[in-house]
Design a protein around this ligand. Structure first.
Ligand code: MOS
Length: 722
């Protein structure tokens, strides 16, 4: 291969850094109005009345919408939307689990279910007018007691309180070691660089949404059902997305609300979430409490691995953080037990947040394994290798390709992992305590059906189109590479157009599935194009690529040629396809320095080795997984979403109070890709790698801090080491 596997520059880099790329809130249609929401300060309550007179009298204010206007807006409650069923939600929702998770729809009843719930929306000519009007709205609320914990009705994504137990009947010796640990991770907020935003513009009976979303197809389906419109009357455009992390994976009320308000007012409306809104109106990662029990024989082989999680969800919503998913299959153990106890609370609906479940789950599991290794005076890397699962015991399937042992070996070699038992507090450098830690990461490799259209027009090179979004991962670039490779043409003759629901279907960019869904479709499109040229011009043989595709087309009598390539993905969008189980794997190795005089932890080095199949673009892939590892540094040392214990308000709902790493916090990051193509997954052997960088990172950092100081952190962020 000549182009796949090389470091082609990100094709949209120049547009992005020069500001030419237009994001959802950059569109300025004629007569645009700005909407801003009033958030409830009460966690539970009942709105008796509003006084909006003063707000409405303010210059530039066009409307104040509350639940009393639901009928006028044509705005349905979640229950009414649910009643439409799968068909009502459109075909995109059938394929994409994320879109089956509509959040609670505010402005549908006088009841308040969480602090931060939108209870009124002002629409004005300027943001300043809208903000001033919000301050003038008076609300009379009867407050309720907050329920501590309610039973969970099974939801559509992860069904309620789940229990899994299974026996692998792995041969082990007698019980020799036993370890139990309890772990906690805090609420985390997405806060991507670009907050969620929708600009809704009506033209006669059709609406266009300039939106910041991970999936234009799912958004279109949901907004169309909300508006009672056929899908072809709704167009969702999202060519550039300034980060998603899961906040833009699920569908949130602002997208449809913008369209409803614009229809009612007869003017374009923009609804951009503020930083404060981003903490409550587009999901977050919930806090978790986890307990791990490990029992091992004298050789460190696991007899029991038990992972119990207690996690909250909202009063109206179904998602919870599925912490135990990786524990089901990542290691070989005689017996594996995983359970999730889900509690309903008066909080905003949580949502997927970059490797949901795997991320907090791996903090608990990978810390516990380190604790067990320490008790056994064993190398923690050796402990993991002894419990390597040579197949997916949980699903009872062979791995499609599992190069985890190579990740361990290559990562350890590059890092200079010492091996043996490394006593805590044994390394010092210039007065600082130095420590080494490691952890495993894994993430499923699913795929969904996708379509890519290739379009040749006389004198214009080739246009590659699909509705897939590029949320910063590099989808545009790797599609271009795939087409350039297969057709043997120079990338400069290829343009890629993405993120528009009027283009061919593609899944939402989430759950690390886009690469394996889209690239096989592009490949098939190229094959079809070559076959079509052969049919039109049988004299030249496409196998030789001589003359080139573009020359052959130029010599033909045709002005344009169009084909669509399809991929099938997995039957249900899972990471399973008979008879195999598809996962990506990796191993993190971390060095920290701890200044014990002031309690400061600094990550000094990270070496991580990943098995994600064939790597299409090492530069972009490295950037993606390093981004995940940096998330892990934030999770380990800084990020802390704080909810007031009584009022249940999110008090860290802004970037001043929610700390994230800055450039100076980031050490040398060394990424290794094992690069074994997963040929039973697809013809290119590629897997997604959107999320795999993050799981395990915070545990590896914590394990290194323990190694440096002997201090074990079982809750995050670690803060200072006294
Ligand atoms: Mo990602 S958390 O699967 O959008």
């Amino acid at each position: 291969m000549k182009i796949i596997g090389t470091c082609v520059d990100r094709v949209d880099a120049i547009e992005k850094v020069t500001g030419r790329a237009h994001y959802a809130a950059d569109y300025q249609p004629q007569g645009l109005l700005t909407a801003l929401a009033l958030r409830s300060v009460w966690a539970r309550g009942y709105i008796r009345s509003f006084d909006t007179k003063a707000a409405l009298e303010l210059a530039g204010v066009h409307a104040v919408f509350t639940h009393l206007d639901a009928k006028a807006l044509g705005w349905k409650s979640s229950r009414e939307i649910d009643a439409l069923g799968a068909e009502g939600l459109g075909r995109a929702s059938l394929a994409d689990a994320a879109s089956k998770l509509p959040a609670y729809r505010p402005l549908t009843s006088p009841e308040i279910f969480f602090a931060g719930q939108w209870i009124a929306i002002v629409v004005a000519e300027t943001l300043e007018q809208a903000r001033a009007a919000l301050a003038l709205i008076k609300v009379d609320v009867e407050t309720f007691e907050q329920e501590q914990s309610l039973p969970v009705r099974p939801g559509p994504f992860f069904a309620g309180d789940m229990q899994h137990q299974h026996d692998c009947a792995v041969e082990t010796g007698a019980e020799a070691y036993r370890f139990s640990g309890e772990y906690e991770t805090p609420m985390q907020l997405h806060q991507p660089m670009e907050p969620s935003a929708t600009t809704a513009v009506w033209n006669a009976d059709a609406v266009t949404l300039y939106d910041s979303t991970q999936g234009v197809g799912a958004t279109r389906a949901y907004v169309a059902s909300s508006l009672d419109l056929p899908e072809d009357k709704v167009r969702v455009v999202s060519p550039y997305v300034g980060g998603g992390f899961g906040a833009k994976n699920q569908i949130w009320p602002h997208q449809a609300l913008a369209a409803h308000m614009a229809r009612t007012l007869g003017k374009p409306v923009r609804l951009q979430l503020t930083r404060n809104d981003m903490a409550v109106a587009s999901g977050y990662r919930s806090e978790t409490k986890q307990k791990i029990d490990l029992v091992a024989d004298a050789d460190g082989r696991l007899i029991l691995l038990r992972h119990q999680s207690t996690v909250p969800t909202s009063l109206r919503g179904g998602f919870f953080e599925p912490c135990g998913l990786n524990s089901l299959m990542l290691y070989k153990a005689g017996r594996v037990e995983v359970s999730h106890h889900v509690q309903r609370r008066a909080v905003a609906t949580p949502t997927p947040f970059r490797a949901p479940g795997e991320t907090p789950g791996s903090f608990a599991l990978e810390t516990a394994l380190d604790e067990l290794a320490h008790e056994m005076r064993m190398d923690p890397l050796e402990l993991r290798m002894r419990n390597f699962a040579e197949k997916d015991h949980y699903h009872g399937r062979a791995w499609s390709s599992n190069q985890l042992p190579d990740c361990y070996r290559q990562g350890a070699a590059r890092f200079g992992w010492p091996g043996g038992h490394l006593a805590p507090g044994s390394m010092k450098r210039e007065g600082l305590a130095v420590g080494y830690g490691m952890a495993t990461t894994a993430y499923p490799a699913p795929a969904l059906p996708a379509s890519v259209r290739l379009y040749l027009r006389r004198g214009e090179g080739i246009l590659v189109e699909t509705s897939a979004t590029d949320i910063g991962t590099g989808m545009r670039t790797i599609l271009l590479q795939t087409v350039a490779e297969e057709l043997g043409i120079d990338p400069e003759h290829i343009r890629v157009s993405l993120g528009d629901s009027s283009l061919t279907d593609a899944p939402t960019a989430g759950r690390s599935k886009s690469t394996a869904s889209l690239l096989p479709a592009a490949l098939m499109g190229c094959r079809k194009l070559k076959a079509e040229l052969d049919r039109l011009d049988p004299r030249a043989n496409s196998a030789t690529n001589l003359p080139g595709i573009l020359e052959r087309f130029a010599n033909s009598k045709h002005d344009e040629l169009e084909v669509i390539g399809h991929s099938l993905g997995m039957p249900d969008g899972s990471a399973m396809r008979e008879p195999l189980s598809f996962y990506s794997f990796g191993a993190h190795f971390v060095e920290v320095e701890v200044d014990q005089s002031i309690g400061r932890i600094r990550v000094r080095r990270m070496v991580s080795a990943f098995d994600c199949g064939r790597i299409v673009n090492p530069k972009l892939a490295e950037s993606q997984v390093a981004g995940g590892m940096i998330f892990g540094i934030g999770m380990a040392l800084m990020e802390h979403g704080i909810r007031h214990p009584e009022s249940l308000r999110v008090v860290s709902d802004n970037l001043a109070d929610y700390a994230v790493p800055v450039h100076a916090d980031i050490p040398q990051i060394d990424v290794i890709f094992v690069q074994k193509p997963d040929m039973s997954f697809n013809e290119l052997g590629v897997r997604g790698l959107g999320e795999i960088g993050l799981p395990g990172t915070s545990a590896a950092i914590g394990n290194a801090v323990f190694n440096a100081t002997g201090r074990r952190f079982r809750s995050l962020p670690m803060g200072i080491v006294a």
